[in-house]
Design a binder for this molecule. Structure first.
Ligand SMILES: CC(C)(COP(=O)(O)OP(=O)(O)OC[C@H]1O[C@@H](n2cnc3c(N)ncnc32)[C@H](O)[C@@H]1OP(=O)(O)O)[C@@H](O)C(=O)NCCC(=O)NCCS
Length: 188
């Protein structure tokens, strides 16, 4: 059985992962939510305005009352800048498995940030929530996301054909990756 404790702070070398606050709306909108290119491989559309972002964060704040909610705002420790999110998008309680999704602001791509954030979340889920399996998927045209997974010790399991609908309404193939508790090493 999983040991649900909800979204608590996770600290890594450069980052603090924490709950979203309503006051984060402007920065989230400016840094990634408003930009269609930034959300191209996601299932949601770029936000129209900060009100849309604010109402989504309000909804997440309600969801935080449920201890099975894991949804972190990625912030830079030094500058306090809000640069992205990393979330358990699906829980498979019967097989003790969590599926993760993530996004960061374009201006911070390719600095190893998501690799670091995912490392922190994997550690939290294995050691604190006691999951047995963590899985992630990415659109085949988004190899950078696969790199983040490989760098955290996940193994590519194969291709799921036409397994998600992107935000343009197209059915797309996805690669699926996983890591098991028995494979987890803190140094990844
Ligand atoms: C995918 C995403 C999360 C990666 O975050 P990031 O912080 O830039 O990732 P990292 O810097 O930790 O690692 C990215 C790796 O991909 C590599 N990479 C970048 N573009 C690439 C490409 N077109 N092909 C292959 N590798 C690529 C980088 O070189 C880096 O590898 P390296 O460290 O070996 O050099 C980020 O680009 C993002 O938020 N994209 C928009 C939303 C999204 O696609 N989310 C994922 C949905 S599955």
């Amino acid at each position: 059985m999983l040991n649900h404790i909800g979204t608590n702070n996770i600290e890594t070398k450069r980052l603090l992962l924490r709950k979203f606050k309503v006051e984060d709306a402007e920065e989230m909108f400016e840094n990634w939510a408003k930009d269609p290119e930034n959300v191209i491989f996601l299932q949601w559309n770029a936000h129209k305005d900060t009100d849309e972002t604010r109402s989504i964060i309000k909804m997440w704040n309600e969801e935080y009352k449920n201890s099975k909610t894991y949804n972190w705002c990625i912030t830079v420790k030094d500058t306090k800048e809000i640069i992205g999110s990393i979330t358990v998008v699906k829980l498979f309680e019967d097989i003790e498995c969590a599926e993760i999704g993530y996004v960061i602001s374009k201006k911070h791509w390719n600095k190893g940030i998501m690799t670091e954030a995912l490392g922190g979340v994997i550690k939290y889920l294995f050691l604190k929530i006691k999951v047995n399996r963590i899985q992630l998927k990415h659109d085949l045209d988004n190899p950078a996301s696969g790199k983040v997974m490989i760098k955290n010790g996940l193994k590519r399991e194969g291709i799921l054909r036409e397994a998600y609908r992107n935000n343009k309404g197209e059915l797309r193939d996805m690669a699926i990756y996983s890591i098991l508790k028995s494979e987890f090493k803190e140094e990844f």
